[in-house]
Design a protein around this ligand. Structure first.
Ligand SMILES: [Zn+2]
Length: 312
């Protein structure tokens, strides 16, 4: 049974050395909280995985959970603000190092430099729908630049974070973003999954700046990679929602979803991204898509078309 501290209902003990903190997200962001994980090492220091959103409420929730313990490092599963947004302020206060995957640092640099607008004409978007999409695609560069400045080191696939009393292996899991990572504690049977695998929510893909590889192909490989770690009792600690088991089955379901979508796209060859997207099934229906949701739908369709073309 998960136990919540009576003093702080946002905090749940996962193992003696690992706590989960439900960090509130700003209203209107779709999900109520992101999860930060606090790893206590044998030297009495804490390592924070994904401090959460860049808001005062999030910061105060995390500081209350930390209770004044020294913070040695902050590790980010990926660059999205609901996981990484609090990192710069926490690092400035505590002197902690800030670590991301090397591919994520490259993505951050691209976003900080300003991403080019999507080529809506090439996607076949009607002229009257282009302004809302251009507005949705305009990502502010400031937060990415601030985070890029706060990063003090990078991690690579397979590297071991050998903390006193705890060993966490970096598992590179590109797809949701190009440099997403998971952290595997083999001894404790835990995998911190970030947004790579959530228990019920289907994460969007290719949301970390442009990459040379196809996000769908990357994501399917990354699902395989983490599914293989589950020998039946691995506990997944996700970036949103609640910890869960059955990771292997969840990975299969997510892979099947994307392969079904690829088949749907393959059934409508030719035409533009816009024309393909209109033929696909969307939760809530095609006509309800607007602004950011429409932009994501078109991006996903474009990625699936490219995936199908590469698959042959
Ligand atoms: Zn994310």
């Amino acid at each position: 049974m998960p136990s919540s501290s009576a003093a702080d209902p946002a905090v749940e003990s996962i193992t003696p050395g690992v706590r989960r903190v439900r960090v509130p997200m700003p209203p209107g962001t779709g999900l109520p909280f992101s999860n930060a994980y606090l790893i206590a090492d044998a030297d009495g220091r804490v390592h924070v995985i994904d401090p959460g959103s860049p808001t005062r409420e999030a910061h105060e929730t995390l500081r209350a959970a930390l209770g004044g313990a020294p913070v040695a490092s902050i590790v980010l599963t990926h660059l999205h603000a609901d996981h990484s947004g609090g990192a710069a302020a926490l690092a400035a206060e505590t002197g902690a190092s800030v670590l991301v995957h090397e591919r994520e640092r490259a993505g951050l640099a691209l976003i900080a430099a300003g991403l080019p607008a999507p080529d809506l004409e090439a996607w076949g978007v009607p002229a009257d729908r282009r302004p809302e999409l251009l507005a949705a695609a305009a990502v502010p560069t400031g937060p990415a630049a601030q985070l890029a400045d706060a990063v003090t080191g990078v991690l690579t696939d397979g590297v071991l974070l050998d903390l006193p009393g705890c060993r966490l292996r970096v598992v590179g899991t590109p797809g949701h973003t190009g440099g997403h990572l998971c952290l595997h504690d083999e001894e404790a049977g835990l995998l911190i999954t970030g947004d790579h695998v959530l228990p019920t929510v289907n994460s969007g893909l290719g949301l970390g700046g442009p990459t040379h590889s196809n996000p769908i192909a990357d994501y399917l490989d990354s699902l395989d990679r983490v599914a293989q770690l589950d020998r039946g009792d691995l506990r997944a600690l996700p970036g949103h929602e609640d910890p869960f088991t059955g990771l292997r089955e969840r990975c299969s379901a997510l892979a099947a979803h994307h392969l079904r979508r690829a088949d749907e796209v393959a059934a409508h060859p030719g035409g533009t991204v816009w024309e393909t997207a209109r033929t696909l099934t969307w939760t809530g229906g095609w006509d309800a898509l607007a602004g950011f949701t429409l932009l994501s739908a078109l991006r996903q369709t474009s990625q699936h078309r490219e995936f199908v073309a590469r698959r042959g």
